[in-house]
Design a protein around this ligand. Structure first.
Ligand code: GDP
Ligand code: GDP
Length: 435
């Protein structure tokens, strides 16, 4: 598991600038405009000896001074819970503020390394002015200029020293989730529900561009990464922007995902476009589940769910293995089911079946129903072995790899599914030759 380094600080002290500086590419917005809604930013930083996940906890819109303080507390708490190292950023230009003092006193009680860093120290002159920050009673104060790349290297060297050596690349421990569906089915609402950020999103400023950012979060001790959620969330009010989160973006995020949430709109039923999107998911061989959203809009009786399930199973036969959840992103109804199912599906997607169990099932299947002759020759099977996960992939050794035709492949596939379940995940059978 990679270590987490979190940046905490008031709005405008330069958190995103520092974030970008450390990440080494422009990933977050840098903007003087107040009211630009920003969410937590995360990036996996791998340019230094020990890789880590950098978190910019900023992005809460300051409404009033009180509200800002409250948000600062929330940010700091978040960082205290999640982070291994905390960077508390202040602003030399604005000087020491009461909010800084309060947060500093909160952080002093944390049992984690905290770096007190004064930003916007662009030159010697300001260096002297930054002296007032020593009033906080902190010995080891860093002065930097994120904008001018001053003091950053030293800061990072010290941070690197504190990170554990065994912070292995944690890619495999992170389950990537993509959320796809037509415009307006409720993807952003769902994402924000899942992240618990429903308050933060509302009004992206028109014209604000922003690179896609993956959002990492934890749920039941498993780490997840929501792909391109910024792309979903930044979406403005114009239909042009709605169009933009279209097939290309969906494809890109499907490609990077372990689990795809295919969002449908209960109000509209199933459309051609839904089928196209689901088709991409199927072809990509990803695990998936259906999330039927806007469940609150229907007049329901005790048959409504059953009918919907039937319809989905009929329209998306190729994804018959995908579980279906009925939710309302608006009311929050059954939202917890989404992550429950996603977790289970992700597990199946990377599941390993033992060779002995696999061959028992395989042998029983073959014995119950022999493969038809191929060119008057018996098709003989030797053994099966799992050669990959994500999705589970099995090599089956036979004397006639071309002699195992689709119906028999399907039969074997069905037996495998009966035996192993593989809820929510496709799996592959490869037939390989062996004399
Ligand atoms: P955030 O709200 O804390 O994420 O702050 P931003 O990174 O968006 O920065 C707020 C403003 O401060 C922007 O106009 C930045 O260009 C500016 N800024 C950031 N770092 C520095 C710095 O080192 N020196 C100076 N002079 N300005 C900076
Ligand atoms: P996206 O285009 O797929 O990201 O969809 P949005 O999340 O922007 O939602 C589109 C519209 O549907 C917005 O007006 C939402 O408020 C509304 N909406 C989203 N989820 C629900 C829901 O569960 N119930 C109802 N009634 N409306 C919803």
């Amino acid at each position: 598991m990679k270590s987490i380094v979190a940046i905490v600080g008031r709005p405008n002290v330069g958190k995103s600038t520092l974030f970008n500086r450390i990440v080494g590419e422009r990933r977050a917005i840098v903007d003087d405009m107040p009211g630009v809604t920003r969410d937590r930013n995360y990036a996996v930083v791998e340019r230094y000896d020990k890789p880590f996940i950098l978190v910019d906890t900023g992005g809460f819109e300051p409404v009033t001074e009180d509200r800002m303080l409250q948000q600062m507390r929330e940010q700091s708490l978040l960082a205290m819970e999640e982070a291994d190292v905390i960077i508390f950023l202040m602003d030399a230009k604005q000087g020491l503020t009461p909010a800084d003092t309060e947060v500093a006193s909160m952080l002093r009680r944390v049992d984690k390394p905290v770096f007190y860093v004064v930003n916007k120290v662009d030159g010697e002159k300001i260096e002297n002015e930054a002296a007032e920050f020593y009033a906080l009673g902190i010995d080891n104060m860093h002065t930097i200029s994120a904008a001018h790349n001053r003091g950053i290297r030293d800061l990072l060297d010290e941070i690197q020293e504190l990170l554990p050596d065994n912070a292995l690349p944690g890619e495999d421990e992170v389950t990537s989730i993509a959320v796809v569906g037509r415009p307006n089915v409720g993807k952003s609402s769902l994402v924000n529900r899942l992240l618990g950020f429903e308050r933060v999103v509302a009004n992206p400023v028109a014209g604000t561009t922003r690179d896609s950012v993956d959002t990492f979060f934890s749920c039941n001790k498993q780490r997840y990464c929501l792909i391109d959620t910024a792309g979903i969330r930044r979406k403005g009010k114009t239909s042009q922007k709605l169009e933009k989160y279209s097939v290309v973006d969906a494809l890109k995020s499907i490609d990077r995902a372990d689990v795809v949430l295919i969002v449908l709109n209960a109000e509209d039923g199933i459309t051609e476009q839904d089928k196209h999107i689901a088709g991409y998911v199927y072809e990509a061989g990803r695990s998936c589940l259906f999330v039927v959203n806007k469940w609150d809009t229907l007049e329901k009786d005790n048959k409504t769910i059953g009918k919907f399930v039937e319809q989905i199973q009929y329209e998306f036969k190729f994804l018959a293995f995908a579980p279906i959840v009925f939710v309302s992103a608006k009311t929050g109804q059954r939202i917890h089911k989404v992550m429950e199912e996603a977790a289970e599906v992700a597990e199946q997607y990377s599941r390993r079946v033992t060779t002995s169990e696999l061959n028992r099932v395989f042998k029983e299947a073959v014995e119950a129903h022999h493969a038809p002759l191929h060119h008057a020759c018996r098709v003989k099977f030797y053994f099966a072995t799992q050669v990959a996960v994500k999705p589970p992939t099995f090599a089956i050794f036979t004397n006639q790899p071309d002699g195992v035709l689709t119906p028999y492949q399907r039969y074997l596939g069905n037996r495998f599914r009966d035996a192993f379940g593989f809820k929510g995940t496709p799996f592959r059978l490869l037939f390989r030759g062996r004399e």
